[in-house]
Design a protein around this ligand. Structure first.
Ligand code: G3H
Ligand code: 13P
Ligand code: ZN
Length: 324
């Protein structure tokens, strides 16, 4: 049965982005797959009074179940209220691959969808994105498109090398598709192994020149940054200390994200950092408590660590704290 996101208490991203653009901060888009991650995102964003985009990939939707997700989102809105402060909450499809996936999410109560046509030709990307926009806008659901390809894994699409966004294409893409926001490729990448650097070497800086060129061509238009986890060394170290093996995991320095958040970048996507913090704390608990087997006992500290990490991102990196 179709449901509108408004009935679930959600909002689309339009106002969030307008405020973020004026306020020079970025709205966090945190991916989740399960109850504990969702609880942590909501708790941290209520605590820091931050707007939030709850982000669900196609894989996460398959994992959690589309119907369960609808009620989880509704529960998240009620939970935020219960925690004592109302924040704007959007439910967003991350890396939608087809019109059908996007349509299904609109019909199931998502308030925002991404159609990722970045691996298609420019013309096909425009045609597919436009088709999604036409459907989604009938229900006032906002749409994110993508131009340029990030290195790393984009859900089902794996890309060895990145192709930076060509600023010459952004005006035509935005005008012809009618998208509400645009994800661009300026050197970030998905996952925990973003750059091949030797220990002690610094990672290559993001291409802020490309970002600036895009901003100049589409002034005031919301830009999105994917692949923005910092791959926090404390969690990688903890994982390695307690039996994991994550050699050469490296992410985007926080300083560069702060700079991006103060620009036309209105949405910053973070998934891997949540996975790392959660896994690190579970590994630590398992190693220190080999006889324990109640999942609540190891999920509780993992969830608490997530709250701490998301709150710190809102306060110190994205600048979204206090903006709800
Ligand atoms: O960009 C991809 C997100 O990190 C989602 O990853 O497809 O493994 O859920 P996933
Ligand atoms: P990370 O892998 O850097 O967290 O990126 C997540 C992302 O872009 C989701 O769309
Ligand atoms: Zn992404």
């Amino acid at each position: 049965m179709a449901v509108s996101y408004r009935e679930l208490g959600l909002v689309n991203t339009r106002d969030m982005f307008a405020k973020a653009m004026g306020g020079k901060y970025a709205v966090p888009a945190y991916n989740f797959n399960n109850l504990e991650q969702l609880q942590a995102i909501i708790t941290a964003c209520v605590q820091t009074k931050s707007p939030v985009i709850l982000q669900v990939s196609k894989g996460a939707r398959d994992y959690a179940n589309a119907t369960m997700l609808r009620y989880m989102a509704m529960g998240a809105v009620a939970y935020a209220k219960e925690l004592g402060y109302e924040i704007p909450i959007a439910l967003h499809l991350d890396h939608g691959d087809t019109f059908e996936t996007c349509k299904s999410c609109v019909d199931y109560g998502f308030s925002s969808v991404m159609i990722d046509g970045s691996h298609h030709s420019f013309e096909d990307n425009i045609a597919l994105t436009k088709q999604v926009v036409e459907y989604a806008h009938r229900f006032d659901v906002t749409v994110e498109g993508e131009l340029g390809v990030l290195a790393g894994i984009e859900d089902d699409v794996q890309s060895e090398h990145s192709h930076y966004t060509n600023p010459d294409q952004v005006v035509e893409f935005v005008e012809k598709t009618g998208v509400d926001s645009l994800a661009i490729s300026i050197g970030t990448s998905h996952g925990a192994y973003k750059f091949k650097v030797k220990p002690g070497e610094s990672v290559p800086p993001l291409r802020f020149d490309i970002l600036e060129e895009c901003e100049q061509r589409i002034p005031g238009f919301p830009i999105v940054l994917h692949g923005a986890s910092s791959v926090l060394p404390e969690y990688v170290e903890m994982i390695n200390m307690y039996g994991g093996k994550m050699d050469n995991a490296v992410g985007i320095p926080e300083e560069q994200l702060r700079k991006a958040a103060a620009s036309a970048v209105c949405k910053i996507n973070i998934d891997s950092d949540g996975r790392l913090a959660f896994t690190a704390k579970i590994r630590e608990f398992m190693a220190q408590n080999p006889s324990k087997f109640d999942p609540r006992e190891y999920l509780k500290p993992a969830r608490a660590e997530l709250v701490k990490m998301y709150a710190a991102k809102n306060e110190n990196v994205l600048g979204s704290a206090g903006r709800a």
